[in-house]
Design a protein around this ligand. Structure first.
Ligand SMILES: NC(=O)c1ccc[n+]([C@@H]2O[C@H](COP(=O)([O-])OP(=O)(O)OC[C@H]3O[C@@H](n4cnc5c(N)ncnc54)[C@H](O)[C@@H]3O)[C@@H](O)[C@H]2O)c1
Length: 193
C-alpha cells in the first residue's frame, strides 16, 4: 500500500479504480482479491477460455467488484466490454492487461492461439484503454523474453533474440502515468514494481 501511495496512485476522496483483463485467470484473480482487500474498486473481464468462474467467486461476493464475460481478442469486443464496465463508475485509473494464452503447448501446436489471445488481446486492450480514457496500462510479460540461458538472470540481463513473440514485452509490470500511448520504455524509471 505504501508503495502504491508513493507511486502517486492514491486518489483524494475516492477509491482507486482498476480494470483487469484475464481476471478469472491465475494472476488476475489473485490481483483482484488483493486490490479489493485494500479497499480499491475492481472491474474485470474474461471469456473463461482458461480461467474459471471459481477463481472470481471471492471477488464476486465483494461490493466493489464488477465483471463482464467477453472475448477481448479484437478492439470492438474490448471497447464494448471496457465501456460497459466503466459506464457506472467511470474510466479506470489503471488497466491491468493479463488476458493471454498461458497454454504454451497449445500455442506451440497452433500459433494462431498466441497470435489471437496474446498479441490480439494486447492490441485490443490498448485500443480500448485509449477509447475509454484509462490513465495507465500495466501488463505482465514473461521470463521467456530472456530466451534460454545458462547463466543466472539478473535485473539488467538483456533480452534474447530467440525470445518468443508470445511474450513481446519487457519482463516487468509497467505503467504510463499520463497517457496510454506511448508506453514508457525500459530504463525511464517508470517501473511500477
Ligand atoms: N503464471 C505465471 O507464472 C506467469 C509467469 C510469467 C508471465 N505470466 C503472464 O501473466 C499473464 C497472466 O498469466 P496467468 O498465469 O494468470 O494466465 P491464466 O491463463 O491463468 O490467465 C489468463 C486469463 O486470460 C483469459 N483470456 C485469454 N484470452 C482471452 C480473451 N480473448 N478474452 C478474454 N479473456 C481471455 C483466460 O480465460 C484466463 O482466465 C500472461 O500474460 C502470462 O504470460 C504468467
Amino acid at each position: 500500500m505504501a508503495q502504491r501511495q508513493s507511486a502517486g496512485w492514491q486518489k483524494r476522496g475516492r477509491a482507486i479504480r482498476h480494470l483487469i483483463t484475464g481476471v478469472a485467470g491465475f494472476i488476475g484473480s489473485q490481483l483482484a482479491d488483493a486490490l479489493l482487500a485494500a479497499g480499491d474498486e475492481v472491474a474485470g473481464v474474461d471469456d473463461f477460455y482458461l480461467g474459471t468462474p471459481r477463481h472470481i467467486a471471492c471477488a464476486r461476493s465483494h461490493g466493489g467488484f464488477r465483471f463482464a464475460r467477453a472475448d477481448i481478442s479484437d478492439p470492438g469486443g474490448a471497447i464494448a466490454a471496457f465501456r460497459s464496465l466503466s459506464e457506472a463508475a467511470g474510466p479506470p485509473d489503471i488497466l491491468w492487461h493479463l488476458a493471454a494464452n498461458s497454454d504454451i503447448a497449445a500455442g506451440a501446436q497452433d500459433p494462431s492461439i498466441d497470435f489471437i489471445r496474446t498479441l490480439g488481446t494486447t492490441y485490443a486492450a490498448l485500443q480500448a484503454a485509449a477509447a475509454i480514457g484509462a490513465r495507465a496500462v500495466a501488463f505482465a510479460s514473461s521470463s521467456a523474453v530472456y530466451g534460454e540461458r545458462d547463466q543466472v538472470l539478473t535485473e539488467d540481463s538483456g533480452y534474447h533474440s530467440e525470445a518468443n513473440l508470445a511474450a513481446p514485452g519487457p519482463p516487468r509490470l509497467m505503467y504510463a502515468p499520463d497517457a496510454v500511448h506511448p508506453l514508457p520504455q525500459r530504463g525511464e524509471g517508470n517501473e511500477f514494481v
